[in-house]
Design a protein around this ligand. Structure first.
Ligand SMILES: Nc1ncnc2c1ncn2[C@@H]1O[C@H](COP(=O)(O)OP(=O)(O)OP(=O)(O)O)[C@@H](O)[C@H]1O
Ligand SMILES: [Mg+2]
Length: 247
């Protein structure tokens, strides 16, 4: 059973092949971490899944529906996918509660009291109950990022895509955001994360995928990828990550 199936996806910008024949199947409740150097195509792959980019070749299925077909209603597909970016993009003129309720109310046509009740439940679950009426600029970076994740959850998506959600944060705040992601995993959420945090990928992923120049070169359990990578390029990448940590 797969929730998402990416088959032979190619993406080209001008004459540069950014994704080269990527295949990936994601099961319900599975957590997939995409790792690889800057420019390897991690964000592009996530953007293709969320239909922010059109693929040049290949097919992506969500719940067995071909979402890359020309007749696909992208807005309808995005209702089933939550996406959180590195820059959290909360609306500054709206309170935390208003930010979270926006999509459920406007896109999913949920009534105000139910949307607000659900939003307060989520805030409480993630330790932000007292921030409901605050504006984003009164929150720390880590709190803003947690609100952005809660906002993506509020529409009860089938799948959440997280792109480097901790890379703009101080190390102390990273822990809080990672805690939220850990909690989502325990709740059974299906997720694909692009991350440079190898320790976290190792802890949270069911499957780690190494992208190299747009090719999904190697995939496996965290144990397989981090302790016994088969491909020389994977070993080289992990060695360079370790070395940069020592600087
Ligand atoms: N809109 C665009 N137009 C042209 N080239 C692009 C565009 N978006 C991405 N690229 C190129 O595609 C390649 C892959 O970029 P992508 O953002 O997917 O990498 P990434 O793995 O997410 O990197 P990082 O770890 O730095 O976030 C890069 O060479 C980038 O310059
Ligand atoms: Mg990226």
């Amino acid at each position: 059973m797969t929730l998402l199936r990416i088959e032979n996806v190619w993406k080209r910008y001008h004459d540069h092949d950014v994704l080269r024949g990527v295949d990936l199947a994601v099961r319900p409740h599975e957590v997939v971490c995409l790792i690889g150097s800057s420019g390897s195509g991690k964000s592009t792959l996530l953007r293709c899944v969320n239909l922010l980019e059109t693929v040049d070749d290949g097919v992506i299925y969500l719940d067995d529906q071909d979402i890359t077909a020309v007749r696909t209603d992208a807005d309808e597909v995005r209702k089933r996918i939550g996406m959180v970016f590195q820059a959290y993009n909360l609306f500054p003129h709206m309170t935390v509660l208003e930010n979270i309720c926006l999509a459920p109310r406007k896109v999913h046509k949920v009534g105000r009291s139910r949307a607000e009740g659900d939003a307060r439940d989520l805030l409480a679950r993630f330790g932000l109950a007292d921030k409901a009426n605050a504006y984003p600029d009164r929150l720390s970076g880590g709190q803003q990022q947690r609100v952005a994740i809660i906002r993506a959850l509020a529409t009860q998506p089938r799948l959440i895509l997280l792109d480097e959600v901790t890379s703009a944060l101080d190390p102390a705040l990273v822990t809080d955001v990672l805690g939220v992601i850990r909690e989502l995993k325990e709740g059974g959420m299906t997720m694909i994360l692009a991350t440079h945090e190898m320790g976290f990928a190792r802890e949270i992923a069911d499957t780690v995928c190494f992208l190299d120049g747009g090719v999904l070169l190697e995939r496996g359990t965290p144990e397989e990828i981090f302790t016994a990578p088969r491909e020389p390029r994977t070993r080289e990448f992990l060695r360079s990550v370790l070395e940069s940590r020592r600087l």
